[in-house]
Ligand binder design. Sequence first.
Ligand code: ADP
Length: 157
Amino acid sequence: MKVAVYPGSFDPITNGHLDILYRALKVFDKIIILVADNKSKNHRFDVNSRVEMIKKATSTLSNVSVDSYDGLTVDYAKKHNATHLIRGLRAVSDYEYEFQLASANNFIDSNIDMVFFMAKEDKTFISSSMIIEMYQNNVDISTLVPSSVIEQLKKMK
Ligand code: ADP
């Protein structure tokens, strides 16, 4: 069974993230979405609500689970018998950061490899921060995020 970890902030999860997930599910048997519980980063949503929003958005997918972790992603992957880490690539600006991340992960453990999916053309502009900015300025974001995110945003208003 091919297991992969899909790590990220998911602050909040977007349809851009979900598109990468659906496509990765054609390659891997099981995917663990791993929400970064990085205390030094300023997240908009706490880790529990980020996990909850993802759980609701993926509840029909039996081969997807959601977890959070505050350590090294490669350590988590090893513990859960995952061989690959999934990431998405949007613009060239993503590339530099992702390349650095892949090199660092490879240095830590070369048995865990990273795979990248290119963002769909109509999803390249979607980022968690863009979603928040649009929402705060009354733009209809219902086609850009799962309904669990809209529900959570409404609660915060
Ligand atoms: P991080 O803070 O770890 O970068 P993010 O939640 O911002 O976490 O992103 C997780 C992964 O999803 C990253 O590889 C990012 O490039 C990718 N990603 C984010 N938005 C999109 C999108 N719209 N299309 C494709 N990939 C995306």
